[in-house]
Write a protein that binds this ligand. Structure first.
Ligand code: C2O
Ligand code: CU
Ligand code: CU
Length: 507
């Protein structure tokens, strides 16, 4: 009884959920949206259209308009990156107001870590949170064991832990990120500000005027300027904050010159919020989602990022002033009549002001990536079905709902899937519930085969895939190269903390 119209009157659910995976779907999405933009957005603003690049004009409404800034970068050299990440309470200014958040190295987001395939990255994690924590390098294809990307590590309050990650020489380039992953408090710690970007550089740099990192995360504050505590219903729906920040800023302004090509590395670091990104009036080409690149860049009008997804995008500054926006998204409801529904609202995220003429990017588009392996052409060694479900736990909603995978909630000591190394599996992940669940598997990327019965075009590998309410996704996974025990879970992190997670061992 989902009570949802799977098709809706607009773009198909599938087109939305893997937005950008199909150029046709993405362009089809553009038509209606453009009209909406023209009629409601091209008013006011633009006061700074003649300001030189580098100076943010004052916003038309006078309440916002900070210059876009980025977290500090820590870049590897000679094959090594050694950083310290201290996690602790910190005071920052958001929307002109002093608030207390959690940050890495005093910042929200934490520093951007820039590494290359073949590098060793060492992180000394200092826990000043007053609570147990740990660190996950989301999307990195590295060992999940020992002092590497091991989510079973627990760092007590006041403790430190030395992580060490070895990236293979063949590690895909792309956008990754880090966040705490201590079961039970992952959502609390991430929502409060603990996240940062990781970039794995390309072998051949792409010719752009500038590169920007945009870590997008939502947050909410109470009257005292502390991060708002979620209600029980917030946890069940997956909490969303009323402020959607880019690098910790509310509606910052970016400035570019006409003709310039920029490369944007976008992270959806929201705890639960789906992002439907648009930058109407400028040109966007999607190089890839999560790790690696598509075979060819895809022209898109809209990019949908589920919690945990990243996008690698080329933006061509065309003219005028644009607003990077996220559009509303309906993630479903708790199912009963009159039960709370998650209606993700839209928001303006950043201003993009194009002024003057820049050096038009004469450089041709980056060459298509080296031939990508297509697991659909390979023999599958096994098939498996996973079922995501929500159910009342005695007494109904008042007692909370159970969020399960294959009928059970996470148990630390139990390994749910024993997977022989070297296998290629086809997994069908079905969702019997009335809410969407973004499904995440650590370490081994998933190639999309089908979303809700519709085949996916091209080679599209992701580490978070959409599992729509009442629907299913089919993926193929090569369990090769790396062995060890780790987890898969819903990346609505409140659901993960409520138990929608399992453990897998590949050996
Ligand atoms: Cu981004 Cu298991 O997490
Ligand atoms: Cu992860
Ligand atoms: Cu979920």
């Amino acid at each position: 009884m989902s009570g949802r119209d799977p098709g809706g009157s607009g773009p198909s659910r599938r087109a939305l959920l893997i937005g950008g995976a199909s150029a046709v779907g993405a362009i089809a999405l553009g038509a209606g949206g453009l009209a909406w933009w023209t009629s409601t957005r091209l008013d006011g603003g633009g006061t700074g259209a003649s300001d030189p690049p580098g100076d943010a004009p004052d916003a038309a409404d006078g309440t916002v308009g900070e210059t876009f800034r980025e977290p500090e970068a820590r870049t590897s050299s000679d094959g090594r990156l050694d950083v310290e990440l201290a996690a602790g309470l910190t005071t920052v200014t958001v929307d002109g107001r002093q608030v207390r958040v959690l940050g890495f190295e005093g910042g929200m987001p934490g520093p951007t870590l820039r590494v290359r395939p073949g590098d060793r990255m060492s992180v000394r994690y200092r826990n000043d949170l007053g609570a147990t924590t740990n660190l996950h390098t989301h999307g990195l294809e590295v060992s999940p064991e020992g002092d590497s990307d091991n989510v079973f590590v627990m760092i007590p309050a006041g403790g430190t832990f030395d992580y060490s990650y070895e990236l293979g020489d063949d590690h895909p380039p792309g956008v990754f990120w880090y966040h705490p992953h201590h079961h039970g408090t992952t959502a609390d710690q991430l929502f409060a500000g603990l996240y940062g970007a990781i970039i794995v550089e390309d072998a051949e740099p792409i010719d752009v005027a500038r590169e920007r990192v945009l870590v997008i995360a939502d947050i909410a504050f109470d009257a005292n300027g502390d991060v708002a505590a979620p209600t029980r219903v917030d946890r069940m729906l997956g909490r969303e904050g009323d402020l959607v920040l880019v690098n910790g800023q509310l509606l910052p302004t970016m400035v570019a010159a006409r003709g310039e090509r920029e490369r944007w590395r976008i992270v959806n670091a929201c705890t639960s919020r789906y992002l439907r990104l648009r930058l109407d009036g400028q040109r966007m080409q999607l190089l890839g989602i999560d790790a690696g690149r598509f075979r060819e860049a895809r022209e898109v009008d809209e990019i949908v990022l589920l919690p945990g997804n990243r996008a690698d995008v080329l933006v061509e500054a065309t003219a005028g002033e644009a607003v990077l926006q996220t559009l509303p998204f309906d993630r479903g409801s708790m199912g009963m009549m009159g039960a709370p529904r998650s209606a993700t609202t839209g928001a303006d995220l950043a201003r993009f002001v194009v002024s003057g003429d820049g050096a038009a990017s004469a450089a041709p588009l980056p060459a298509p990536s080296a031939a990508l392996r297509d697991l659909r052409d390979e023999e599958v060694t096994g098939r498996r079905t996973l079922t995501l479900a929500m159910g009342g736990m005695g007494g109904g909603m008042g007692q909370g709902m159970g969020f399960t995978i294959d009928g059970r909630t996470f148990a630390e000591g139990r390994t749910d899937i024993e997977q022989p190394a070297g296998t290629i599996e086809e997994w069908t992940i079905e969702n019997t519930s009335t809410m969407d669940h973004p499904f995440h598997l650590h370490v081994w990327p998933m190639q999309l085969v089908e979303v809700d019965g519709r085949p996916v075009d091209g080679v599209d590998r992701r580490d978070v895939v959409p599992v729509p309410a009442g629907g299913r996704v089919v993926v193929r996974i090569a369990f090769e190269g790396i062995t060890g025990r780790t987890v898969y879970h819903c990346h609505i992190l409140d659901h993960e903390d409520l138990g929608m997670m399992g453990a897998i061992r590949v050996a």
